[in-house]
Ligand binder design. Structure first.
Ligand code: NAD
Ligand code: TYD
Length: 340
């Protein structure tokens, strides 16, 4: 039986990946290492906990001693690193923890993979490392050759981690891959991010804070399609390679917000244009040709279908997100939005 380490598996994409792997492989042991920051939630892993092939370990990826002892104990075949500080707005407010977790944490995991040997390492990165594209050039897309050109402390920390991963490949021959995905959405998305925040606010008839003029474009991908891509990269990806993941689903923020309102049957008068995010990236758009041609990956869920499913999930799982937004999150919301 092979064993995979999923770091950050109590967060949004990591937990979806845990479920994806447990469902797909009956002969795979899945170990989740997560320090349970504000974004990590054990409630999310409740069903996984009942599976004998799953183990949860509370721990910090920057804690070298704890990470080494887990690697010694478990003898991992694969490591997939999702653990990160992931919210751009928080990185603008307090960058330091982004550097610590996203860069130093990655280095600890790389060192552990090197020390304990025979481990295939995958780094979950983001299209944000490429910076942004202008709105008036719809012909331009991010390819794996697009230069790194970061805007926020978040994207700078993710890009730094990517550079380290490639350095460990070149210098120590560590078998690594990197994926750079566009914006995800779906079940267990933390309510600080655009889509779940707008769903929660619309249901409460609260105003929907759209930054700037709402014309910024994101390339949305249903989270399960991201999980499928990572699984394919682990199986058949070439080591030392970067794979972009995205499904040509570009939407302006305003389009996304209006779609959410339409599905929920709420009025567009709830939309409120607020002060823009500093350094706000204009457009992200992925060219997925490489992963499609090499690995046969393509997105299965269209935006229309995925957003309906997502809104339905949030309606059916109110206790999950209401618990979050009624806790510590109240202070966060107040700090970020009250004077905006
Ligand atoms: P998330 O914020 O929902 O979850 C992050 C998880 O990591 C949480 O469970 C948190 O407790 C854990 N964590 C944070 N610091 C840790 C530490 N020091 N040690 C151990 N665990 C720690 O994030 P997400 O949206 O699921 O993103 C997961 C990964 O995917 C990140 O690396 C992110 O950069 C990348 N990514 C996200 C998106 C997106 O749209 N959300 C798109 C592309 C790439
Ligand atoms: P977000 O979900 O934070 O993801 P990212 O910054 O990684 O793309 O934001 C998605 C887009 O939505 C981004 O252009 C910022 C915008 N946005 C708002 O307009 N209002 C909000 O309250 C939030 C959280 C985001």
């Amino acid at each position: 039986m092979k064993t995979i380490l999923v770091t950050g598996g109590a967060g949004f994409i990591g937990s979806n990946f845990v479920y994806y792997e447990l469902k797909k492989y009956k002969d795979l042991r899945v170990v989740c290492l997560d320090s349970l920051t504000y974004a990590g939630n054990l409630e999310t892993l409740k069903e996984a906990m009942a599976n004998p092939n799953f183990r949860f370990v509370k721990g910090d990826i920057t804690d070298r001693k704890a990470v080494y002892s887990l690697f010694e104990e478990e003898k991992f075949d694969f490591v997939v690193n999702f653990a990160a500080e992931s919210h751009v707005d928080r990185s603008i407010d307090e960058p330091e923890v982004f550097l610590k977790t996203n860069i130093l944490g990655t280095q600890v995991l790389l060192d552990a993979a090197k020390k304990f040997g025979n481990i295939r390492y995958h780094q979950v990165s983001t299209d944000e490392v490429y910076g942004d594209l202008p709105l008036n050039r719809p012909d331009l897309f991010f390819t794996e050759e697009t230069p790194i050109h970061t805007s926020s402390p978040y994207s700078a920390s993710k890009a730094s981690a990517d550079l380290l991963v490639m350095a460990y490949y070149r210098t120590y021959g560590l078998p690594v891959t990197i994926s750079r995905c566009s914006n995800n959405y779906g079940p267990y998305h933390f309510p600080e991010k655009l889509i779940p925040l707008m769903i929660a606010n619309a249901l409460a008839e609260k105003s929907l804070p759209v930054y700037g003029d709402g014309k910024n474009v994101r390339d949305w991908l249903y989270v399960e399609d991201h999980c499928k891509a990572i699984d394919m990269i682990l199986e058949n990806g070439r080591v030392g390679e970067v794979y972009n993941i995205g499904g040509h689903n570009e939407k302006t923020n305003l389009e996304v917000v209006k779609t959410v309102l339409r599905i929920l049957g709420k009025s567009e008068s709830l939309i409120s244009f607020v002060k823009d995010r500093p350094g706000h990236d204009m457009r992200y758009a992925i060219d997925p040709t490489k992963i499609r041609n090499e690995l046969g990956w393509y997105p299965e869920t269209s935006f229309d279908e995925g957003i309906e499913k997502t809104v339905k999930w949030f309606l059916e799982n109110k206790p999950w997100w209401e618990n979050i937004i009624n806790g510590e999150y109240v202070k966060y919301y107040e700090k970020m939005y009250s004077k905006r």
